[in-house]
Design a protein around this ligand. Structure first.
Ligand SMILES: NC(=O)c1ccc[n+]([C@@H]2O[C@H](COP(=O)([O-])OP(=O)(O)OC[C@H]3O[C@@H](n4cnc5c(N)ncnc54)[C@H](O)[C@@H]3O)[C@@H](O)[C@H]2O)c1
Length: 372
């Protein structure tokens, strides 16, 4: 298989879809890898390392798309890439089609087959190619929260772990999934007093078994959320209802009653945010203060640690890239979880949710694939 790795062109993106180590594994299996010049630079991987791994370095996006049949990326294709895709391409990347009509139309028109990281599932029905980014976001949420509790950042001047004789900070985590569990691990590691609220009793049981009282795990009802919020120094919003926008867990009135200089980290901002006062921020300007409370609402937290994010993402994707390279689309025919990643098959939409969102005709393209 001829595999292409474009340089990511979306603003602020520092990741690359394949490491030199991954390129070496594919090369050893007899595949040809075409890496765009400086594609790995921001993540710390030089062209020379890809070359040593057996990859061919090419000069432009157009060269990558022309040379390869399987295109592996991080972010969805940008406008300048639309015309480079054709019906001989298989595209494997994060797509988030339901949020982007122009992209959906362009990919359908290209005739390409597009497999999305974010809808692919594992044997337990989890989302294995989303998890590493949630792990990073959860860990960084605490790091960012601790920093913004400092007075120079507008915070109330509390050290997360306290010191002997001075109480540590109260950290409230709303949503104990992948982000929440990773945030809890970091906050405990820094010595904070940590509480997780979740709506899933099954999840609360798992967390309670793990933490055995070191983290207090409670069922999320509004009365408890409000009461605990007023006693918290740092609140991390990490809820998710798959396919829906984030539920609003804190009202403006409640936030206005919080102690000034408290910090809200709304990780769920990419799903609209779970605090009434949240609006998206960037790594360049990560916070603003509203109702006296510091808000950190960065929508692409992992890109701040492009190297860790690249390694984490490629650890998760490489096995799937190898299967696509070795078997082609047969890999999807024999694995329903991999097939769940199929969003467009040869120009036909295979995700009912995306078809609904844009009132586009839906054909069961996964079935078409199985029949081919
Ligand atoms: N900002 C970023 O850079 C970034 C990065 C990664 C993930 N995220 C976002 O973080 C959020 C969490 O992701 P995840 O991977 O941890 O999801 P997850 O599915 O693993 O966990 C979500 C948890 O929220 C709980 N929940 C749902 N509704 C709730 C409610 N009303 N009250 C309390 N708990 C509730 C669920 O039971 C679940 O345990 C998502 O919105 C995701 O898109 C953002």
């Amino acid at each position: 298989m001829r595999i292409g790795i474009p340089k990511e062109v979306k603003a602020g993106e520092n990741r690359v879809a394949l490491t030199p180590a991954g390129a070496a594994e594919l090369h050893q299996r007899g595949h040809s890898i075409y890496v765009m010049r400086s594609a790995g630079q921001a993540a710390g991987f030089s062209d020379e390392r890809y070359h040593k791994a057996g990859a061919v370095i090419v000069d432009s996006l157009a060269d990558v798309y022309a040379a390869a049949d399987l295109i592996v990326k991080v972010k969805e294709p940008q406008v300048e890439e639309y015309a480079l895709l054709s019906d001989r391409h298989v595209l494997f990347t994060y797509l988030h089609l339901a949020a982007n009509r122009a992209l959906t139309d362009a990919l359908i028109a290209s005739g390409a087959t597009c497999i999305a990281y974010e809808t692919l599932t594992d044997a337990q029905g989890r989302l294995p190619l989303l998890a590493p980014m949630s792990e990073i976001a959860g860990r960084m949420a605490v790091q960012a929260g601790a920093h913004h509790l400092e007075m120079a950042q507008g915070g109330k001047g509390i050290l997360l772990g306290g010191i002997p004789g001075v109480a540590s900070a109260n950290v409230l985590i709303l949503g104990g999934g992948v982000v929440g569990a990773n945030a809890a691990a970091m906050a405990v590691g820094m010595g904070a007093q940590v509480r997780i609220l979740d709506k899933s009793l099954a999840r609360l049981r798992q967390l309670d078994d793990l933490w055995r009282g070191r983290v207090v795990c409670e069922y999320a009802v509004q009365e408890r959320i409000d009461a605990l919020a007023l006693q918290s120094d740092l609140i991390i919003g990490s809820v998710l209802n798959a396919g829906a926008s984030a539920p609003r867990l804190l009202s403006r009135e409640l936030i206005a009653q919080m102690e000034k200089g408290s910090v809200l980290v709304d990780v769920a901002i990419d799903q609209g945010g779970c605090f009434a006062t949240s609006r998206p921020t960037t790594h360049q300007h990560p916070t603003y203060i509203e109702e006296g409370v510091v808000h950190y609402c960065v929508a692409n937290i992992p890109s701040a640690v492009g190297r860790t994010a690249t390694l984490g993402l490629t650890n998760a994707t490489l096995a799937y890239v190898i299967r696509l390279a070795d078997e082609g689309l047969t890999a999807l025919k024999t694995d329903a979880g991999f097939r769940a990643g199929l969003n467009i098959y040869r120009g036909q939409l295979s995700q009912a949710g995306v078809a609904d969102a844009f009132a586009i005709p839906f054909s069961d393209a996964a079935q078409l694939l199985l029949n081919d």
